[in-house]
Design a protein around this ligand. Structure first.
Ligand code: ZN
Ligand code: ZN
Length: 412
């Protein structure tokens, strides 16, 4: 048996007028899967812990995020194809707009992407002290920053024990990076980051692209806000851990970065945007095709989380119905449940009423070579009555390996 894991980001929810979006949405294919599968609910990390999408996915792939997670930056860097070396420090960044007094007036530079690639390359390759700056744009107004000790040895290692420059709000200036401990490494790292932020403002302010942006009535992208600092994570590869090869299909740089970091092959799909308009049918096709070659395929769909953060109940319901039609319909039609265990779940709830991730457990179904139960509808409350019970995200891969008859015996 092979495994296909489908994660609809932030799909789980609480009640709005007595129902969740999954309960209101028309989802005949998801319900079919529930009818032929074993159902339950899942705490991605632990009961009561609100997961980020990064820590949730690390957990779903069977790793302990409390041990391997160093910060979001390294996955953002891996997501744009930057390979981290030991000792590197990675951060995710926003292009932002400062006014003439250095106050942040827009944390996302108006979400206008004009010329951002060129602006990013003007910062790539800078040198600060004995460190090289690697700077690459990712999606939208975002970018990844890697600080790497140059071949000529610098005096100190870099440290992630710092307060980051991004203040996370507009209407204030960029914060000064500060050491969180008394080590020379942390102090030194804070100095380098502060210098980077300062040099970036000098370069971006004068850049031709920003003059063009201002002339066209756009906000200039005249500052960089770094956050999510982390060092290269020490993670055992997926193939070594489970003895099988895996592939992933996702439109989101962060998720691609996590997959690359654990050694899942990343399959690119055209117009897989990570938004509600994403080409999810194309992603389903790619995942189904990948099952020919790989024992494990992971398919990630982001639009459900996006609608949730906007507090848009109908948008979320529509996205769930799109997933049912364009993804689950295809999978039920083309994937042989006699040869593939198909899992559908979410990485965390993002309730419409909260607009943020919460710790409510996710509905989960596994269909394939399983002992079925009496659940016939896929949603939070029906799945909770299923025979899978309440599981932890970190146990999911073990369960799949067991169902696929690929698990090792514990004991004799
Ligand atoms: Zn998520
Ligand atoms: Zn989210």
């Amino acid at each position: 048996m092979k495994s296909l894991l489908i994660v609809c980001d932030g799909m789980g929810d609480r009640l709005t007028d007595g129902k969740t979006p999954l309960e209101v949405a028309y989802t005949p294919n998801m319900d079919k899967l529930a009818s032929v599968g074993i159902n339950g609910i899942m705490d991605s990390i632990r009961a009561g812990i609100r997961p980020g999408s990064d820590t949730a996915h690390i957990s779903l792939f069977g790793y302990d995020p409390y041990k391997v997670y160093t910060g979001r930056g390294p996955f953002a860097a891996a997501g744009v194809g930057l390979e981290l070396k030991k000792g590197d420090l990675a951060l995710r960044c926003n292009f932002a707009t400062l006014d003439e007094n250095g106050i942040i007036i827009d944390r996302r530079a108006g979400r206008d992407e004009y010329g951002l690639d060129e602006l990013a390359s003007s910062l790539d390759g800078l040198e600060i002290e004995n460190f090289d700056i690697i700077f690459k744009r990712s999606g939208g107004h975002r970018a990844a920053l890697v600080i790497r000790r140059s071949e000529l040895l610098g005096p100190y290692e870099l440290s992630s024990r710092i307060i980051e420059p991004d203040p996370h709000i507009a209407g204030v200036g960029i914060a000064k990076a500060e050491a969180l401990d008394a080590s020379p490494q942390s102090r030194y790292t804070a100095d380098i980051l502060n210098e980077f932020v300062k040099r970036a403002i000098e370069i971006l302010r004068e850049h031709r692209i920003n003059k063009e942006r201002i002339e066209a009535g756009k906000l200039p992208a005249n500052a960089i806000l770094p956050r999510g600092v982390g060092t290269k994570p020490e993670i055992e590869s997926f193939e070594h851990k489970y003895g099988i090869r895996g592939a992933s299909v996702s439109g989101m740089a962060l998720i691609k970065g996590i997959c690359r970091t654990i050694g899942l092959d990343v399959i690119e799909v055209e117009n897989a945007t990570g938004h509600v308009d994403s080409n999810i049918g194309g992603k389903a096709d790619a995942a189904i095709k990948a099952l020919e070659e790989y024992d494990f395929v992971f398919l990630h769909i982001k639009g459900t989380d996006e609608a949730s953060h906007d507090g848009n109940f109908d948008g979320k319901k529509n996205m769930i119905e799109r997933v049912d039609r364009e993804v689950m319909g295809k999978i039920l039609g083309e994937v042989d449940l006699g040869g593939v265990n198909v899992v559908l779940t979410s990485d965390h709830a993002t309730p419409i009423s909260i607009k943020q991730h919460t710790a409510d457990p996710n509905p989960i179904v596994i269909a394939g070579d399983v002992r079925t139960d009496l659940v016939t509808k896929f949603n939070e409350r029906d799945c909770a009555r299923g025979d899978l019970g309440r599981i932890r995200g970190r146990d999911l891969m073990n369960i799949l390996m067991d169902l696929s008859d690929k698990a090792k015996l514990f004991g004799a």
